[in-house]
Write a protein that binds this ligand. Structure first.
Ligand code: PEP
Ligand code: MN
Length: 263
């Protein structure tokens, strides 16, 4: 159960040797989409140098338009594995279909369920039958209750390894891509024992806002961060405008050290 009533202590989830929910803030970083082996390995090396503890990259992309780049799919998974081999960083990537579960369980360290699939209950239940750590992003317009109930769908099948991810919600404001719900962080920490990771990149949609939002997230109790980093944001196939360059990412990591224990 996700409810803190049943589990007063904070859960600590082990992702390929990295603990999320413990004393340290863990930072997950990488490109929105895996593009080439060189791109993902290059980014993996630089985020590792910067202090990230996991690599994330999309292979299966849930794009709003069917005409947008949909990801390299299985080939993308191979490139992520290649980058893991080079750097040792555990890999995080998004799943969209229950048909891919077997493959993801074998190749991926932390399986991401994206905002658009937060209430794909059949997918959640099937993931609940595995024991893989799951990163459950908050739905585009989901309430905290709906988000926690989605976690419950995974946990009720037996998989307790759920990490929540606040990534901004849809509001009337259009300046940012979404509105980062900072208050959701202490709220879900109070209601549940699950670790909470914050994704300021998809919340803001603007690279220059990632640093202040990341600091805010850590200050209010986030257990980790997920940020998009690209070695050539102008040419990125997806989400370039919100991607940090590796140097900016390293700078952010340095700044965070002032407010929390990281990596
Ligand atoms: C992503 O992480 O690249 C993504 C698509 O995010 P979200 O599901 O939060 O929109
Ligand atoms: Mn993205």
């Amino acid at each position: 159960r996700a409810n803190r009533m049943f589990h007063p202590q904070d859960s600590v989830i082990n992702v390929g040797g990295v603990e999320i929910g413990g004393r340290k803030i863990q930072v997950i970083a990488g490109p929105c989409s895996v593009e080439t082996q060189e791109q993902v390995t290059d980014i993996a090396k630089s985020i590792k140098l910067g202090g990230a503890s996991m690599l994330r990259g999309g292979a299966f992309k849930p794009r709003t338009s069917p005409y947008s780049f949909q990801g390299l799919k299985e080939v993308g998974l191979e490139y992520l594995k290649g980058a893991k081999k080079e750097t040792g960083l555990p890999i995080v990537t998004e799943i969209m279909s229950p048909y891919m579960i077997e493959r993801f369980v074998e190749d991926v360290d932390l399986i991401q369920v994206g905002a658009r699939n937060m209430q794909n209950f059949e997918l959640l239940k099937e993931l609940g039958k595995t024991n893989k750590p799951i990163l459950l992003k908050r739905g585009l317009a989901a309430t905290i209750e709906e988000w926690l109930m989605a976690a419950e769908y995974i946990m009720s099948e037996g998989n307790e390894n759920v990490i929540l991810c606040e990534r901004g919600i849809r509001t009337f404001e259009t300046y940012t891509r979404n509105t980062l719900d900072v208050s959701a962080i202490p709220a879900v920490k109070k209601l549940s024992h699950l670790p909470v990771v914050v994704d300021p990149s998809h919340a803001a949609g603007l690279w220059w806002m990632v640093e202040p939002l990341a600091k805010a997230a850590v200050a209010v109790g986030a257990d980790g961060l997920l940020t998009e980093v690209h070695n050539n944001p102008e040419a990125a196939l997806c989400d370039g405008a919100q991607s940090l360059r590796p140097e900016r990412f390293a700078r952010l990591m340095g700044e965070l050290k002032g407010i929390a224990r990281i990596v």
